[in-house]
Ligand binder design. Structure first.
Ligand SMILES: NC(=O)c1ccc[n+]([C@@H]2O[C@H](COP(=O)([O-])OP(=O)(O)OC[C@H]3O[C@@H](n4cnc5c(N)ncnc54)[C@H](O)[C@@H]3O)[C@@H](O)[C@H]2O)c1
Length: 350
């Protein structure tokens, strides 16, 4: 039995608890949150036996194989480094850290102790994502030339997910002092992982980040200085050129992630518009002459949670890792640097 603990018991932690508890041979033994009462209510909801308000205390008391970190972004690095000191395998929410230096420290610490790590890049749970990566790698689209990707949300305009003015879960996302890198760190991170997983690593990028006026500058301790929209031009290692953009101002899109990849033999179009069913279509062979697209059947794939548990059991690192998380963090840091330097082209050291 693999024994895990969940650290941070807010919104996303519900996916962690539900997913881990559904995996045979995996037990969520404890949970922890610094907000008074939150972990207790969460534990009752998910049937988790032990509750803590302090991670260090939990790690001292519990006999665990790993932890799953679903706390706010700023807490990822210190919490993961502590768990690694205890010799635990760690799955961490995205973004891996709030800066590249910390992300690399996390990856190095885990590597030194030969621990399994994972980053919850949840769009890899999608069968269409996994299939798209296989199609590109197979060469069926030929040499990849052009890529366009977007991640669109509307929660700064509409209330489909609740009123952002009234919920701490949205407010910290608008505030850099709470460790948020804005839309870039929140969903741009998914887009960078999603695009680079399918197309390949990024060699250089230019980016502009914009923080729009929201009618007021702050609510309580939350100062609204984090970016809301990003537009990036990226150059992939394989020579392809791409545009990637993300926004919280995209009316009509609760959560739409899309990517189009065009090669010299064909193209693919993937749309993960939730809750609508995801789609993957390709245009290849003779269809390139008539612009006809066909849906691709995508068999089920294991979730990131399942892959993490399997990796702990087998001792073999899974599809995501802190190294990979640090590579994506390099794209985030480069985006911030480019944006503060007027959209300058920034090379990525891989
Ligand atoms: N993979 C995905 O698709 C996805 C989706 C949503 C959120 N996330 C990520 O999950 C994390 C949590 O987001 P959320 O939406 O659940 O936010 P949330 O605000 O609902 O929950 C965060 C929780 O972390 C707790 N916390 C803060 N510092 C802590 C610490 N040092 N130790 C323990 N608990 C601490 C807070 O009290 C809060 O309960 C973020 O990193 C976010 O980027 C990922």
């Amino acid at each position: 039995m693999i024994r895990l603990a969940i650290i941070g018991t807010g919104g996303m932690a519900n996916s962690h608890a539900g997913s881990f508890k559904a995996i045979k041979g995996c037990d969520v033994a404890a949970c922890c949150d610094i907000a008074p009462g939150r972990a207790k209510a969460f534990a009752e909801k998910h049937g988790i036996p032990k509750v803590y308000a302090d991670t260090a205390e939990m790690l001292k008391q519990e006999r665990l194989d790993g932890v799953s970190i679903a706390a706010i972004d700023k807490a990822h690095a210190p919490t993961a480094l502590l768990a690694i000191k205890y010799g635990l395998c760690v799955m961490c929410e995205k973004p891996l850290a709030d800066n590249l230096r910390d992300a690399r420290r996390m990856a190095e610490a885990a590597r030194a102790r030969k621990l399994i790590t994972a980053v919850n890049f949840s769009y890899r749970n999608s069968p269409a994502t996994q299939m798209a990566a296989k199609i590109v790698a197979s060469g069926r689209l030929g040499r990849i030339m052009h890529v366009e990707g977007s991640y669109l949300q509307s929660w700064l305009v509409g209330k489909a997910w609740g009123d952002w003015h009234k919920s701490e879960a949205w407010l910290w996302r608008l505030s850099t002092r709470h460790g948020s890198a804005g839309v870039l760190g929140d969903i741009g991170v998914h887009l960078y992982d999603f695009a680079s997983f399918i197309v390949g690593d990024i060699a250089a990028l230019q980016c502009e980040l914009k923080t729009f006026n929201k009618g007021r500058k702050r609510i309580g301790p939350y100062v609204f200085d984090a970016n809301d929209s990003m537009a990036a031009i990226v150059r992939f290692n394989n020579g392809a050129l791409g545009t990637l953009h993300a926004s919280r101002w995209a009316t009509g899109h609760a959560n739409t992630v899309a990517l189009r990849v065009y090669g010299d033999k064909g193209g693919l179009d993937i749309n993960l518009d939730r809750p609508a069913p995801e789609t993957l279509r390709i245009c290849v062979g003779q269809d390139v002459d008539t612009n006809i697209w066909w849906p691709v059947k995508c068999p089920p794939v294991p979730t990131m949670y399942q892959r993490f548990v399997d990796a702990i059991k087998s001792g073999k690192q899974g599809q995501t890792s802190f190294e990979g998380g640090a590579r994506v963090q390099a794209y985030l840091d480069a985006s911030l640097k480019s944006s503060t330097n007027g959209g300058k082209l920034i090379g990525i050291k891989n």
